[in-house]
Unconditional design. Structure first.
Length: 335
């Protein structure tokens, strides 16, 4: 065997072994890395705006951006996380004791009247889902120290992703086997695709979830924070979306005799929730989004199933990377 060929082969084996080892070492911190990347994408414009005021102070600009992210995201997320847990516990207790099921009973009767051969017990399925949610939230809260460490590492990684973004980009270009032009194109397209998926889909659904939860609270429905969070995932479903949560809420108000509240919630849903997508999406990503919402839905649900809570972000990030490679592939092949 040619000595040079042997040397290259040996080097490749060493590189693969080192890559596998690094993968095993970094895998426990996957959640922190995903959160840091997502925050870096979302808050990079804020960082650039601050840096334009103080161009020679990258570290201070990154730190100020970090503080803004904590105020806007981390503090509310912690508060609402505990609220969701408490409301899920209350709902589960009500389901078990049959004290909070008028709308469920209504849907159960209507479904059995229309399709008697199915004999579906809606209460049982909802009770199982809420029980699973309570169990998982309880597990998350019980591991608070681990979560605190993960958040701390995420914030550190987020800080350096902002501060050293140019250095990281140059390092990727240097080690990439692709040409500088194609590597730059992949980085640019990936950032644009992430912006489309994360900002254009997830942020819009989060805002809709907040509006739905606020509407439930204003018009006197129980567990507004819990149902607002459920509607975030429901809003990703094409066509029907948040109506899966809104319609049962309206029916619940009608059944309980609060007709004015039901009319108010209907108007709130049409005027605010229904039109928020039309106002927010063009503002966040423009009118050039070409990512089908069904792909976003599958990436979110698949990410949640495989990776847990962080899959809500990791799934769309993986989708963004795949779509970027698909978009760049023809240009690379044609060269």
């Amino acid at each position: 065997m040619n000595s040079k060929h042997f040397e290259i082969s040996f080097f490749i084996v060493l590189m693969l072994m080192a890559t596998a080892l690094i993968g095993f070492i970094f895998f426990p911190f996957l959640d922190a890395i995903v959160i840091a990347i997502t925050l870096a994408v979302l808050f990079h414009p804020v960082y650039q705006a601050i840096k334009s005021i103080m161009p020679k102070f990258d570290g201070i600009a990154s730190f100020l951006t970090l503080l803004i992210a904590i105020i806007i995201i981390l503090a509310p997320l912690t508060f609402f996380g505990f609220k969701i847990f408490n409301e899920a516990q209350n709902l589960y207790t009500g389901l078990v004791s049959d004290s909070a099921t008028p709308v469920i009973t209504f849907f159960h009767k209507q479904l059995n009247r229309i399709t008697p051969w199915l004999n579906i017990d809606i209460k049982q399925y909802i009770e199982q889902m809420i029980g699973l949610l309570v169990g998982n939230l309880g597990l998350i809260i019980s591991k608070f120290s681990n979560i605190a460490m993960m958040v701390f590492l995420s914030l550190i990684a987020f800080y350096f992703l902002l501060k050293d973004s140019l250095k990281l980009k140059n390092a990727i270009i240097k080690i990439s086997p692709l040409s500088e032009k194609n590597t730059n194109k992949i980085i640019f397209t990936l950032g644009d695709t992430i912006k489309t998926v994360i900002r254009g889909s997830l942020i819009v659904t989060i805002v809709q979830g907040i509006l739905i939860g606020l509407g439930f609270w204003i018009f006197g429905l129980d567990n507004p924070v819990l149902w607002g969070s459920v509607s975030i995932v429901a809003s990703l479903i094409p066509v029907i979306g948040a109506s899966l949560v809104i319609i049962p809420g309206i029916i619940s108000l009608v059944i309980s005799g609060n007709i004015l509240a039901a009319i108010g919630l209907t108007a709130w849903s049409i005027l605010l929730v229904g039109t928020s997508d039309n106002f927010l999406r063009p503002y966040l990503i423009g009118n050039n989004s070409n990512v089908h919402p069904l792909l976003v839905l599958f990436s979110v649900i698949g990410g949640l199933v495989i990776f847990g809570a962080t899959g809500f972000l990791l799934g769309p990030l993986a989708l963004s990377f795949f779509l970027t490679l698909v978009e760049i592939f023809p240009a690379i092949v044609s060269e």
